[in-house]
Design a protein around this ligand. Structure first.
Ligand code: ATP
Ligand code: MG
Length: 567
């Protein structure tokens, strides 16, 4: 992507940045960061944060760091680090040489904690986690001071050093900030800064057995990296006073500021790594990149494009109030992008054999088809036609109801880019009664799909030539959850896992596709006419032909919602 003069719509963060630039608050610098914890794969909510942080840096010609917030060794893994890098790059953003890890700052953070102790701003507490919780008080009651709160600076320094050396078990002591146990904001009631965790860290190995907490690490990492605007989601609003308190004690050369925006929520979707990991661990989905997952890797595998995801993030905007976005808007944005770019092809998902009785045996011909009516420069291609074809089983009914205009006995329809076709007879399996093939005739005078005598047909069907078609497996996806808000607490105590859609995946194994698709590469996308947008699964290889994922159907419910809203 070119970096030249991108202008996006205004929002409250841009207003703040404009103001800061006008007052020269940071000497004209704009430095943001995207700070994922490597404890899971990124989801579409993270995409919003990535687009905001990297987008602002690009627009203001500033910088955006990729910083792994890796302070919890028991939940973090290298696999997640790699997946995060891959996803950010795929979305089209570049951190250049600014990839950082909070764990790289452990030594500095330790020294700063020692400074706090020396200034009587931190102490080692030896209450149990349970007791600390009880002593914290509630929103209506002040907390109680720990009996260890007044330990001497010397004792605190000694204990903290010994915590680091591994002399104590997990949970024996913590380091706490000394702020105010009666503070109206519970997070300010002497929050924990360090805890003992005798666990192997994916980067620092066994060097450390004490790990800094988020609230201590995050603001200081921002300061060490000279971040100007530290942008996070609204749930951190209550953490801001603590963010500022820590920085006030440390007085770093660069002073960052935290701003909060509303996180993305999507209907029919769960956006929390903690919950998504359960779907993976419980085998409800195949993996983090299962195409039903709202992860960036799942969407990528399903055929969503980075352009469409970026457009979506721009469309939903940046606001300060939480809201839920209709998933139909995301699907609409994908459709819009693919509509402009995806080559059209024909594929039959549930094949029904058609024998054209008056078409010469052994003959075939090539018919011209348009690759993309939205973009005529995409040109045309040749599609083979012959005596035996496949059409979609759903496009035929023996006894059609009134509104069914497709093929039926005695009825004429158009075959896309080919001829008019009339059904003479449906041949059934004598045992099961199932229709196994259709006997039809075609009108050679209608080549290209128009009758010279001007007669009309009410339907145009897609088809493939049996002898030329390639075999494929096609996977159709539906929403993973049956409930619009699966995260909402249910009165009966049901959780998101109780609302899994049992029909979220349909595997069709005997699909027949136009022969040009034999050349399709992983992640190539197409519109299968009348059926939706499909892309080649980049992960699954099978001997019987390619595996396609349906990215999205053609039916645009968002366009309908918008239209209804205007009326
Ligand atoms: P989750 O709640 O899914 O576990 P998290 O906030 O714990 O996510 P982090 O790795 O800490 O995940 O997130 C990295 C950044 O992405 C943070 O700045 C966070 O605010 C932001 N982020 C996370 N979820 C969303 C969301 N739904 N919408 C927008 N930004 C998000
Ligand atoms: Mg988090």
């Amino acid at each position: 992507m070119a970096d030249e003069d991108i202008k996006t719509p205004s929002n409250f963060i841009k207003t703040i940045i404009d103001e800061d630039l006008s007052t020269n608050k940071y000497q004209g610098r704009v430095a943001t960061r995207f700070p994922p914890e490597p404890n899971g794969y990124l989801h579409i909510g993270h995409a919003k944060s990535i687009c905001i942080n990297f987008g602002l840096a690009r627009e203001y010609k500033g910088t955006c760091n990729l910083r792994f917030d890796d302070t919890n060794p028991t939940k973090e893994e290298v696999e997640y680090v790699h997946s995060i890098e891959e996803d950010v790059s795929w979305l089209g953003f570049d951190w250049q040489d600014r990839k950082f890890f909070a764990s790289d700052y452990f030594e500095k953070l330790f020294d700063l904690a020692v400074e706090l102790i020396k200034n009587a701003k931190a102490y080692v507490d030896s209450l149990s986690a349970d007791q600390i919780r009880k002593y914290r008080g509630t929103l209506t009651e002040p907390g109680k001071q720990s009996p260890y709160r007044d330990r001497s600076i010397e004792e605190n320094l000694d204990l903290f050093q010994r915590m680091r050396k591994g002399e104590f078990d997990d949970g024996a002591h913590v380091l706490r900030a000394k702020i105010d146990m009666a503070h109206p904001n519970l997070l300010m009631r002497d929050p924990t800064l360090y805890r003992i965790r005798k666990a192997h860290h994916h980067r620092t190995g066994d060097k450390w057995c004490i790990y800094p907490m988020y609230d201590f690490t995050h603001c200081l990492s921002d300061a060490l990296e000279c971040i100007t605007h530290s942008i996070c989601t609204l749930e951190f609003e209550n953490n801001r006073p603590l963010y500022d308190w820590v920085l006030d004690q440390v007085k770093p050369a660069c002073r960052p500021h935290q701003y909060e925006f509303a996180r993305l929520n999507l209907t029919y979707t769960v956006l929390s790594k903690r919950k998504l990991i359960q779907l993976v661990k419980d085998g409800i989905v195949e993996s983090w990149d299962d195409p039903r997952m709202p992860t960036i890797s799942g969407y990528r595998r399903r055929g969503y494009t980075p352009e469409a995801i970026r457009n979506f993030c721009e469309r939903i905007g940046v606001a300060k109030a939480n809201s839920v976005v209709d998933i139909a808007l995301l699907e609409h944005t994908i459709r819009e992008d693919l509509n402009a770019r995806a080559p059209r092809v024909m594929g039959v998902l549930k094949p029904l054999k058609v024998i054209i009785e008056n078409y010469p045996e052994g003959q075939s011909e090539e018919l011209e088809a348009i690759n993309n009516p939205e973009n005529l420069s995409a040109g045309t291609r040749k599609v083979p036609f012959s005596k035996i074809l496949y059409i979609e089983r759903d496009d035929f009914m023996e006894n059609p109801p009134k509104k069914f205009f497709r093929l039926a006995p005695g009825r004429e329809v158009r075959l896309r880019y080919a001829y008019f076709l009339t059904c003479k007879e449906a041949v059934k399996d004598p045992q099961t009664g199932e229709i196994i093939e259709l006997r039809c005739t075609y009108d050679p005078a209608t080549k290209g799909g128009n009758a010279p005598d001007g007669r009309k047909v009410k339907a145009t069907l897609h088809w493939v030539s049996a002898e030329h078609a390639i075999d494929a497996q096609v996977r159709l996806y539906d929403r993973l959850f049956t409930k619009a808000n699966p995260e909402e607490k249910d009165e009966q105590g049901l959780t998101f896992k109780d609302f899994i859609n049992p029909d979220s995946l349909t595997v069709l194994k005997n699909c027949k596709l136009e022969p040009c698709l034999a050349q399709a590469s992983p992640s190539d996308f197409f519109q299968f006419e009348r059926l939706g947008y499909f892309s080649v699964d980049p992960k699954t290889k099978q001997p019987g032909g390619p595996v396609f994922n349906r990215t999205v159907t053609l039916r645009d419910t968002w366009a309908k919602i918008k239209k209804a809203g205007k009326k």
